[in-house]
Each structure stands twice: as structure tokens, then as C-alpha cells.
Design a protein around this ligand. Structure first.
Ligand code: ARG
Length: 458
């Protein structure tokens, strides 16, 4: 039996029932739906809109239904369309006419808006927590590798030496910003739409503020049309998640590269790698690759949401039922990626010697030799030219800059003295870059400290 069957002479075609139904994917909001109904029923009783004892019976029965769902004893029906009508149907089947009073002054349009906001609020908090775990891991790795030198890259060409701590703390900044974005997005999610009705509010004297407080919302929506048709909060969350995935995919790409034989900077733990069914020697960084790949599906969800909402006239339209699978999939995906990625990082072996060797090649200290000449009074542009020639000489003679004899050095500039050897050491290149934000151990320590402070408040 359809809760809205009164106006219809014929029943819906079976194919339409299947097509129309969202229970397959919105059943996961059963908890939020029941919590919302509990607050609504209590408010209806308190305001004298329904008899207080009816409100009480509705609430105790809703609690029973919740317990039964959690015990796996409730079978949802496609015929009842969605989670909202499934639960209401069960309620009515248990307490008859009293149950029929629950939907007073409410529409499924504001009900679904409420449930989704509640569901997404909880998930936003859960994702934030996973991000803080990742941030802790990044701080731990950084603390251990303040002096682990590796090449920094631009254009994926060796550029200047940095440290692994500095590199990891770059990702720390990205994920810290992601937490900020989630917090900001949460503020707009945290607004209570019940009382918007189908679209034009209601004539019942509902206490919207009471419901908002009961459900832990900070505010109530200010326009009933917007209250039922706004899905910005879901799009914002999908966008925050997309950004997290973009960061994870950049990180993954580096871990894939770094675990290749060519780089060999890290080795994933056996527990976070897989083999090949044909090539016995293979150890593949599948976790990082999958995270990189799953980024695509999350972007797809964001695009789905934007496109579903595009051009929709006010207020509610059934198109909006399509919001759920997209946002749920984005949430499920990022929640799957974050913990496994964090564990993969925490357990991977770091091959310090290979990192150092790579930093020794590629003339990563060339800028520092130019800076050395600048300190001896040569203008930077001229120094750049001189060192460019020096690098070319080194390439032709298969030498690193620090391997040149003082005589060879002097061939490029008579300003160069014995002290050049200290200046060109990788350690000096790193420690000399000690401005705030730089790779020196001192600078990175300060950034780690600020990171620990940030996490204390999370
Ligand atoms: N299942 C619907 C959705 O997800 C709930 C709201 C339906 N409202 C309606 N008037 N058909 O959007």
C-alpha cells in the first residue's frame, strides 16, 4: 500500500516501482531518519499539535523500530519507495492511526533534506578524523627524517636538495587545508531544514528552533523553498573530498615513482604490496595506484552532483534523489583510501642512502655555487652564467661539481677559494635554507611544532 495512494485509481507499474525506489541506497540513512522523526514527534507533542501521549507512543515505537533494524530484523520494501516511507509504513503497521500522526506538518522534501544533512555531518566528522590520523603519521615520519636528504624536483628533474621531512610536511600542509575546508563546509551543512514542508512551510505552529537544538544543529534554514531544494552542502562536501583525493593521488603518484627500481627511494611493506600472477619477481605498489585511480570516480561523483543540480527549477525535483549515490560513493571511497594509505606510509621502508645518492647527482647544488659567487661580489646573473658553463664542463667530464679540483674551479672564476667545498655540500645547501618554510632542519622543526599544535585542537 502506498502512503500517497489516495489520489490514484490504478496502482503503479512494477517497472516504475523499481525505477522510482531509492531504498536500495537511502536505507543507510535509517538512523538519521528515525532521529529526525523522534525530534519532530516530540516537538509536535510539546506544541500541542498532536496529543502528548501519541507523541510518546510514536517515540517509543520508533526506538523499537531502530533496535529491530540494528538487529537485522527489518526488511525494507521497494514498494515503500524510500527510507522515509519505509519507516513510516512500519510505524503505522505497529501502532495504526497514532503512527499516521507523525507526518503532520512535514513533507518528505524537508525530511530528506534533514536526513542528508545529518548523515553528511557525521561523515564529515569521520573523514576529518581520518585526516588527522594521516597528519599524525606525516609528523612522525618527518620527525625521524629531518636530516634525510633527497633531491627536490621541478619538471620531475632534480632541482635542489631538500629533506624527506620537508617533503612530507608539504603534504601535511595540503591535508591540513583539507581539514579547514571540511570545517567550513560543515558550517553550511549544520542548518536545520525541517519546517520547510513540501516547499512553502506549513500552517502548523512548529517549533523549528526546538527541533534544531534537539538534533544538534546550529541554525535553521531561512527560506522554505531553499530549505528543500538546496544541495550545495553535498556538492561542497564532494568538492572537499575531491580535493583530498587530488592530494592523495599526487602523493600516490610519488610513492609509485619512488618505489620503482629507477628511483628506489622507498619500499612498500609486503602487507601493502601485491605480486604478479605471471612475473615472479614483481612487487607492485597497488595501494598507491588504486588510490590514484579512485580519484577519478570521486571527481565523477562531484560532476554528477553538479550536473544533477544544474538548471533545476525551484523547489524540490525528483532529480535530486540522484544526489545520494554520488555523494555516498565519494564518502565511501575517501574513507576507504585514507586509512589504507596512512598505514602504507607508516610501514614503508625509507631508503635514505638511495635518496642521498640521487641528490648527489643532477647538480642539485648548482644554485648554491652561484650563490657562493654572489657572496664574493659577482652579480647573480653573471654567476648563473659562470655556473652554467661549469655544469656543462662537469657533464662533459663526468664529474659532480664538488669533485672539481680547486684549479678547475678557478678556471671558471678566480673568486673561488677552498671554502667552496663547504658551500657545495648537500648538508650546507639544506641547512643554509633556513628561512621560515625552508628545508633546513631548524625550519622544518618549527613547522612540525606548528603542526602538533594544530592537531592538539582537533
Ligand atoms: N526519496 C526522495 C529523495 O531522495 C525523497 C523525497 C521525495 N519527495 C517527493 N515528493 N517525491 O529525494
Amino acid at each position: 500500500m502506498k502512503l500517497w495512494g489516495g489520489r490514484f485509481a490504478a496502482s503503479t507499474d512494477k517497472s516504475v516501482d523499481d525505477f522510482n525506489s531509492s531504498i536500495r541506497f537511502d536505507a543507510r540513512m535509517y538512523m538519521q531518519d528515525i532521529e529526525g522523526s523522534l525530534a519532530h514527534a516530540e516537538m509536535l507533542g510539546k506544541c500541542g499539535i498532536i496529543p502528548a501521549e501519541d507523541a510518546k507512543l510514536i517515540c517509543t515505537t520508533l526506538h523499537e523500530i531502530l533496535a529491530d533494524i540494528e538487529k537485522g530484523q527489518v526488511q525494507f520494501e521497494i514498494d515503500a519507495e524510500d527510507i522515509h516511507m519505509n519507516i513510516e509504513t512500519i510505524l503505522i503497521s505497529r501502532i495504526g492511526d497514532t503512527g499516521k500522526r507523525l507526518h503532520t506538518g512535514r513533507s518528505r522534501n524537508d525530511q530528506v533534506a534533514l536526513d542528508l544533512r545529518m548523515y553528511l555531518k557525521a561523515e564529515t566528522a569521520a573523514i576529518k578524523l581520518m585526516l588527522t590520523d594521516l597528519l599524525h603519521t606525516l609528523l612522525d615520519i618527518s620527525e625521524r627524517h629531518l636530516d634525510t636528504i633527497l633531491p627536490g624536483y621541478t619538471h620531475l628533474q632534480r632541482a635542489q636538495p631538500v629533506t624527506l621531512a620537508h617533503h612530507m610536511m608539504a603534504y601535511f600542509q595540503m591535508f591540513r587545508r583539507d581539514i579547514g575546508r571540511l570545517e567550513d563546509c560543515y558550517k553550511r551543512m549544520d542548518v536545520m531544514p525541517l519546517g520547510s514542508g513540501a516547499l512553502a512551510g506549513t500552517t502548523y505552529p512548529l517549533d523549528r528552533q526546538f527541533v534544531a537544538e534537539k538534533l544538534g544543529f546550529s541554525a535553521i534554514t531561512e527560506n522554505s523553498l531553499d530549505g528543500v531544494s538546496d544541495r550545495d552542502f553535498a556538492i561542497e562536501l564532494a568538492s572537499c573530498i575531491s580535493m583530498i583525493m587530488m592530494h592523495l593521488s599526487r602523493f600516490s603518484e610519488e610513492m609509485v615513482l619512488w618505489s620503482s627500481g629507477e628511483f628506489s627511494f622507498v619500499e612498500m611493506d609486503d602487507a601493502f604490496s601485491t605480486g604478479s600472477s605471471i612475473m615472479p619477481q614483481k612487487k607492485n605498489p597497488d595501494v598507491a595506484e588504486l588510490v590514484r585511480g579512485k580519484t577519478g570516480r570521486v571527481y565523477g561523483s562531484l560532476m554528477t552532483l553538479l550536473t544533477v543540480m544544474k538548471s533545476l527549477p525551484l523547489a524540490y525535483n525528483k532529480d535530486m534523489q540522484e544526489d545520494k549515490e554520488a555523494i555516498f560513493d565519494a564518502i565511501d571511497t575517501v574513507k576507504m583510501c585514507l586509512p589504507v594509505f596512512t598505514k602504507m606510509l607508516a610501514t614503508m621502508k625509507i631508503k635514505k642512502d638511495n635518496m642521498y645518492k640521487a641528490a648527489q647527482g643532477g647538480f642539485t647544488n648548482a644554485t648554491d655555487v652561484a650563490d657562493y659567487l654572489v657572496k664574493k661580489g659577482i652579480p647573480f646573473r653573471s654567476a648563473h652564467e659562470i655556473i652554467g658553463k661549469m655544469v656543462l664542463y662537469c657533464i662533459n667530464n663526468s664529474k659532480a661539481i664538488e669533485e672539481l679540483s680547486l684549479e678547475e674551479f678557478k678556471g671558471f672564476s678566480d673568486k673561488i677559494e677552498q671554502d667552496v667545498y663547504i658551500e657545495v655540500s648537500l648538508e650546507k645547501c639544506v641547512s643554509g635554507r633556513n628561512l621560515p618554510g625552508g628545508p633546513s632542519a631548524e625550519s622544518v622543526k618549527a613547522s612540525i611544532e606548528s603542526g602538533r599544535e594544530f592537531l592538539k585542537d582537533q
